[in-house]
Write a protein that binds this ligand. Structure first.
Ligand SMILES: [Zn+2]
Ligand SMILES: [Zn+2]
Length: 496
């Protein structure tokens, strides 16, 4: 039986906002007909656009306040480091937060028509981003011209159409702009490497000059095509990837790609899984041994150790490395125990702070409560953590907390990198080995060079801590409390 929303009214054509959200929450999808299901689909997208407009307005407002604030050390830093607040609040990478800030700034400052269309749910955030990117760095007046040209049709067209339409409108309004945009993009040319979820890697040259990039691609294709003409049975894309890799590694792509060919089953005895090759190990290894013999001018049999020599060598190796291995095992066990303690402490502190701050009703109360709670926790824990801290003895015989000097010794640096494993800013995943070691309480203010006062911070977040209005309290070695310029707090510690 066709039952159209009897208990609730149809969401068809409803403007996005609280009323639509409430109507959608009441819809029982299993009780409405197919027409209404599609209307719910469309209404959900309109509501998401409206919510996205709130997000970009909030992000732009945050930046406006940071720029206007006289408390900031300087306006440029305020613009850059407001991104850190967004990173921590939304658990975004620095790049994703930067993209959101760019969208927010563009929509609020130069694309009011696009922002209005997003707020009304006429376009979604993907289309807003196309208009934002397409009009970036254009002359004054051009964004408005482009909006007038593309927005009337944008709700019923795809992002692909919109991208082409924006480009066409920009060329009409400001023919010279693409030269500026190209030069600007080429100035940020770079090579990027990132790991995929399948444990492979992507390697890309970004914002390269179009001509050079095309020539490079054509060269790779020409070599790959030649290899295929020579009989390589694998797909062109795969051979092209091998050639790309070989060229970058300084290898001969012809030689490398041919050597990577899978064994031709016709050359073997017809055994599909290669059992014959595995059972005849000497035969399989012979070509390699022969090549080595040619290089050294000796015979393989002369280098083969006798059973007695091999046993002696193994015993000697064991004797030399046993203590070292044991020390490494002990150190790893100690590190694992330390990380478990820190992780448990982080959970407890998070609960304590959440409970404490639940009492705060106003912003100034939050700031006071965080400061008070952090101070109390820090005082309590200091007595516990001092026994594990580094010390040194001064010339007059006093034992002082921390290593003698600003730079931590190599062993301390490695221990902190192993403890933190990554940048200790919320949401940042940069490996600790690529980070600075930051004195949480500055060395010149009396902060010790000690694991209880040193933490791995990437360069971006190291500078954010210094100039972005953040407060950082090292509650326990490897457990840090971050308090943002807007009085939000984040506790970072070892991953569970
Ligand atoms: Zn210490
Ligand atoms: Zn970082």
């Amino acid at each position: 039986m066709m039952t159209v929303t009897t208990a609730t009214r149809s969401v068809e054509g409803m403007r996005p906002g609280p009323e639509l959200a409430s109507a959608l929450a009441d819809v029982d999808l299993s009780a409405v007909d197919g027409f209404e299901v599609v209307e719910v689909l469309k209404a959900g997208r309109r509501l998401a656009s409206w919510a996205a407009s709130l997000e970009v307005r909030a992000a732009a407002e945050l930046e406006r306040r940071a720029v206007a604030s006289e408390e900031q050390p300087c306006g440029v830093d305020a613009v850059e480091f407001v991104t850190c607040e967004v990173e921590a609040a939304l658990t975004l990478t620095a790049m994703a937060a930067g993209n959101l800030m760019h969208l927010a700034r563009s929509l609020v400052e130069r694309l009011p028509g696009t922002l209005a269309a997003l707020t009304d749910g006429r376009i979604d955030v993907a289309k807003a981003r196309v208009i934002c990117d397409g009009t970036h760095l254009t002359s004054p007046g051009v964004p408005e011209f482009v909006e007038n040209a593309v927005l009337p049709l944008a709700p019923t067209r795809t992002t692909g159409w919109l991208r082409a339409a924006v480009r066409k409108a920009v060329i009409v309004a400001d023919p010279g702009t693409f030269e500026d945009k190209r030069a600007n993009a080429e100035a940020s040319a770079r090579v990027e490497l990132w790991q995929t979820p399948d444990d492979t890697a992507n390697l890309a040259g970004c914002d390269l000059p179009l001509g050079e990039a095309s020539r490079a691609f054509n060269r790779i294709t020409a070599i790959a095509t030649a290899l295929k003409t020579d009989g390589d049975p694998r797909p062109l894309d795969y051979v092209r990837a091998l050639v790309f890799q070989a060229l970058l590694l300084g290898q001969d792509p012809f030689l490398g790609a041919v050597l990577d060919l899978p064994p031709d089953p016709h050359e073997h005895t017809g055994d599909p899984i290669g059992t014959a090759e595995r059972t005849d190990g000497n035969q399989a290894q012979r070509p390699q041994a022969t090549a080595t013999e040619r290089q050294t001018g000796t015979q393989a049999t002369a280098r083969t150790p006798t059973p007695t020599n091999a046993a002696n060598a193994a015993n000697a190796a064991n004797a030399k490395t046993l203590a070292k291995i044991q020390a490494e095992v002990d150190a790893e066990a100690e590190l694992a125990a330390d990380r478990r303690v820190a992780a448990a402490l982080t959970r407890t502190l998070r609960e304590t702070l959440t409970h404490t701050l639940a009492r705060a009703e106003k912003a100034h109360e939050r700031v006071w409560l965080i400061a008070e709670a952090a101070h109390r926790i820090h005082e309590t824990l200091t007595a516990l953590k001092v026994p594990g801290c580094a010390t040194h003895t001064t010339e007059d015989g006093h034992v002082v907390h921390g290593h003698n000097g600003y730079r931590p010794p190599a062993t301390m640096r490695r221990a902190i990198q192993a403890r933190d494993q990554r940048c200790m800013f919320p949401a940042c995943r940069r490996p600790a080995i690529q980070c600075d070691l930051d004195h949480t309480l500055a060395y010149h203010l009396g902060g010790p060079t000690c694991p209880c006062n040193l933490a791995a911070l990437c360069r971006h977040h190291h500078r954010a801590k210094g100039a972005g209005g953040w407060n950082l309290i090292h509650l326990w070695p490897g457990v840090l409390l971050w308090i943002s310029p807007t009085a939000h707090w984040y506790l970072t510690g070892p991953d569970p």
